[in-house]
Design a protein around this ligand. Structure first.
Ligand SMILES: [Zn+2]
Length: 296
């Protein structure tokens, strides 16, 4: 006999799976969702099923060691990653894993979503780092996730996908939506050639607003990110947000501007043909910065 809470959780997992499939976050039988039922039981999606067409009775009940307690099917092969998250995060009740294509593109390119560019992301997720590559469905993946999960509600998984956790199935799913939306906006900004970063001062102001909106802060910002290299479990967030030093709230991203240098070179070659040079402020700054670097 399942309780009302269990029935509701089964229905939420079905709904989150339907939305993941509808938005193209999963293909074929990819992705998995789980939720705590109580201190001894977890409800999880079964393996080898499209997440867009699940029914509440398909779910599998397992214990915190991953042993099946009830259900006609077998649990997802990524269950150990979910269990690792529950062990490290007593505050979360649900885990969502998917392969949303834009966020996964960043994970494949090895580019973390750690720049402070969107106020909403700074306030909710903070930074979204990349957990090191681990072979799917082996113990490597939980070990990679373990390093970051205490300080982050959302992670990219190198050459694989993304994982989120939160207090309910739907809020964990919404975090997955936020990551994919953020990846899409970041990609467009980078294609357009520049990103302005939110200053460190403004980031602190935004994080100070969390209490007002009832958002739990996953972790503080790291005071010295260089100390994290040898850490096996990270307890703070690295967020790229430069000190503005004045009242500026947005700061041009030097790293992105510097990547423009090859484009500037082609602009100059073009200019030498028609006798006119047109450069944006960012391109000119990047060109001068590059020239100065070469002089050293
Ligand atoms: Zn996966």
């Amino acid at each position: 006999m399942s309780t009302r809470i269990e029935e509701q959780t089964r229905a939420e997992i079905v709904e989150a799976g339907r939305r993941m499939y509808a938005r193209g976050y999963v293909a074929s039988n990819d992705g998995n969702i789980s939720a705590r039922l109580d201190e001894t039981r977890i409800l999880t999606t079964p393996k080898s099923v499209s997440k867009g067409f699940m029914t509440p009775d398909m779910m599998v009940v397992v214990d915190y060691e991953g042993k099946k307690l009830a259900g006609d099917r077998d649990p997802s092969s990524e269950l150990p990653m979910h269990l690792e998250i529950y062990r490290n995060r007593p505050d979360v009740n649900a885990v969502v894993h998917a392969h949303p294509p834009l966020a996964t593109g960043f994970a494949v390119a090895g580019i973390p979503l750690t720049k402070a560019v969107l106020a909403e992301v700074v306030t909710t997720l903070g930074s979204i780092p990349i957990a090191e590559y681990g072979t799917p469905s082996t113990a490597e993946l939980p070990a990679a996730v373990r390093k970051y999960i205490k300080a982050h509600d959302g992670l990219l998984l190198a050459n694989h996908g993304a994982v989120t956790c939160c207090r309910t199935v739907m809020t964990a799913y919404y975090k997955m939506e936020t990551i994919e939306h953020f990846a899409k906006i970041s990609l467009v900004a980078r294609l357009l050639g520049r990103e302005h970063l939110i200053s460190r001062e403004e980031v602190e102001r935004l994080q100070g607003l969390r209490g007002m909106y009832g958002i739990a802060a996953p972790a503080p910002l790291c005071a010295d990110p260089s100390e994290l290299v040898a850490t096996d479990q990270i307890l703070c967030q690295v967020l790229e947000a430069p000190e503005a030093g004045g009242s500026e709230r947005l700061v041009p991203d030097v790293a992105t501007s510097a990547r423009l240098v090859p484009d500037v070179a082609s602009t100059l070659r073009q200019a030498s043909r028609d006798g006119e040079i047109r450069l944006t402020y960012g391109e000119l700054t990047a060109l001068i910065a590059d020239a100065v670097k070469n002089l050293r």
